[in-house]
Design a protein around this ligand. Structure first.
Ligand SMILES: [Mn+2]
Length: 341
């Protein structure tokens, strides 16, 4: 059972931390929201807790995140980011996990026994949808579960504010980048995102500079995936909604985004991997608002039924399914059509 707590109660969590060894981590293939949140949380904990040992660890880092962190390091040579590449020799008292609310989204926790899960202390900070009563996690953990936030970085910024800790300039760069990317350049942002962004920018950061630091020319394989994915696209019309269906070998999320930009209201792109199917879904905000479609909830329900791993937001979600189960293409499609009917 995961218990959602408040910033105020978070103060109590901090009182347990002195003399602890803490691992701060995030989901697989960590994105900038996860990485920035973890790095800022590390700074935050050291600002408030005495005699604390922390280790930042990511089981895998997305390419864009790596590139941004390198560019940030060039701009702030004193940043001295220390990220460990293994947890092997680390005896952690507690684990802080950001930008996900599921242990199974992190490979190093995948094979923990039920005992190990209850013995260890996990604390989550996350903005993804999570269902409190029917949580599938067979252990007790606490967290700041706040799906009204459009990024985990924004929760972290509010945490700094609540505890009156000043953010360094390099951390502000990092958090702004996390917010920009996780909101899809403000497509999924809300009013408080903009308020928080203004606070982070102050007068000394130029948002265009961060935009340029985030800019990466796509690799030719990504361009080809988008073009092939578009060529192979199959169109389904439900009432006046258009669903785009395609398959590629990789870049399924990028292809789904491309299909939405092309004009589809919903896009579903399947990638066939060696042992799994990975499916990315995207939906326009308009269709979510008008029909109540929530791709994250929909995939979470399907995932728990088929022993897969899935979830996300109303307009952006993904599911990973064991090859033996099949791609679940028709199952997902039927559920979407049910919502639209
Ligand atoms: Mn996020």
């Amino acid at each position: 059972m995961l218990t959602s707590i408040d910033f105020k109660i978070f103060k109590e969590v901090l009182t347990f931390l002195p003399h602890n060894t803490i691992v701060i981590t995030s989901h697989e293939l960590v994105d900038l929201d996860g990485a920035a949140s973890a790095i800022a949380l590390n700074f935050f904990l050291h600002s408030l807790v005495n005699d604390l040992t922390t280790h930042l660890y990511f089981s895998s880092i997305s390419k864009n995140t790596k590139i941004f962190l390198e560019r940030l390091n060039v701009k702030f040579p004193n940043l001295a980011l220390k990220i460990v590449d293994s947890l092997k020799n680390i005896e952690a008292d507690r684990y802080f996990i950001v930008d996900t609310n599921k242990l199974k989204n992190i490979s190093q926790f995948l094979n923990l026994s039920a005992d190990q899960k209850t013995e260890n202390y996990f604390f989550f900070i996350d903005h993804h949808y999570y269902e409190e009563p029917s949580s599938s996690e067979p252990f007790t953990a606490q967290g700041l579960f706040k799906d009204e936030y459009s990024s985990t970085c924004e929760i972290i910024v509010d945490l700094f504010q609540e505890f009156k800790i000043e953010l360094t300039k390099s951390l502000r760069y990092l958090l702004i980048a996390g917010i920009i990317t996780d909101t899809g350049y403000f497509k999924y942002a809300n009013n408080s995102t903009i308020h928080i962004l203004a606070k982070l920018l102050k007068n000394d950061i130029d948002i265009q500079e961060i935009r340029l630091m985030l800019k990466i020319e796509p690799h030719i394989s990504e361009k080809i995936a988008k073009i092939k994915g578009t060529q192979r696209n199959e169109m389904i019309k439900v009432n006046d909604w258009l669903i785009g269906l395609s398959h590629v070998s990789s870049f399924e999320a990028k292809v789904a985004n491309a299909l939405i930009r092309l004009g589809f209201d919903i896009a579903m792109v399947i990638a066939e991997k060696t042992d799994q199917f990975r499916i990315s879904l995207r939906a326009k905000q308009k269709i979510c608002r008008e029909t109540g479609l929530h791709l994250g909830k929909l995939l979470e329900e399907i995932a728990s039924k088929y022993n897969a791993s899935g979830g996300g937001h109303d307009g952006a979600a993904a599911i990973t399914i064991d090859k033996k189960v099949g791609s679940l293409r028709e199952v997902i499609l039927t559920q979407i059509e049910k919502v639209l009917a």
